[in-house]
Design a protein around this ligand. Structure first.
Ligand code: CO
Length: 208
């Protein structure tokens, strides 16, 4: 990657924005009020805003390996709290993607150092859904199903947070699960049963 090109591209991008609206950056400088929090994978192929056609200011973004929502990860939990409590987003999306290297790595019998405790959370997802996953013979299809189930479980983890529970009660915030299909470019809504999960989760995890 030619890093000089990055700055040339940036100049072109500034001009493109100014051509459409001469006060584009004055508006951008005034602040943000995104309606959506996107939690996705760090994978270089899954570009958050670009695949949604979203403009700067529209989406609050957090990315980590395999789009995990881990209760003791100060980083993701700070992002969730800031976006939900302060920016008042109305939608929280967990977006996984097929052919996720993090999900695949989690299922290898290898010592991956600092990644072990991170990826262990994906093994836990496998354990919960072991029966369904073991029944899928094709290895790639099994991984892709694990990607979907991991998205679902991370949505459940979001519902366990006080911020999401309160925002749902106060203004109807919803959590959604999506998958980006890197083979076709398609964004797929898993149509997770948010209300159903919430009801199920609140029996044990109600905080407020
Ligand atoms: Co990934």
């Amino acid at each position: 990657m030619d890093l000089n090109k990055v700055f040339d591209n940036n100049k072109k991008w500034i001009q493109e924005k100014l051509d459409v609206s001469s006060n584009y950056f004055d508006e951008l400088g005034k602040g943000q009020s995104p309606d959506l929090l996107y939690i996705g994978c760090s994978d270089s192929r899954v570009t958050a805003e670009e695949l949604m056609g979203a403009e700067p200011g529209e989406v609050f973004v957090h990315r980590n390996i395999a789009n995990m929502v881990i209760s003791i990860d100060l980083n993701v939990m700070s992002v969730v709290n800031y976006a939900v409590d302060h920016l008042k987003v109305n939608h929280v999306v967990v977006c996984g993607h097929y052919a996720c290297g993090g999900v695949k790595a989690a299922m290898q019998s290898a010592d991956l150092g600092i990644l072990n405790p991170w990826l262990r959370n994906i093994r836990d997802v496998y354990r919960i859904h072991r029966k369904e996953l073991n029944a899928i013979e094709d290895e790639n299809k099994r991984y892709d199903r694990l990607v979907e189930l991991n998205v679902k479980e991370q949505c459940v983890n979001l519902i366990k947070t006080a911020a999401v529970q309160k925002a749902h009660r106060d203004r109807g915030l919803k959590v959604r699960g999506w998958v980006f299909d890197v083979y076709s470019g398609k964004l797929i809504d898993l149509k997770i049963d948010f209300e159903g999960y919430l009801k199920d989760i609140m029996e044990i995890y109600q905080l407020d």
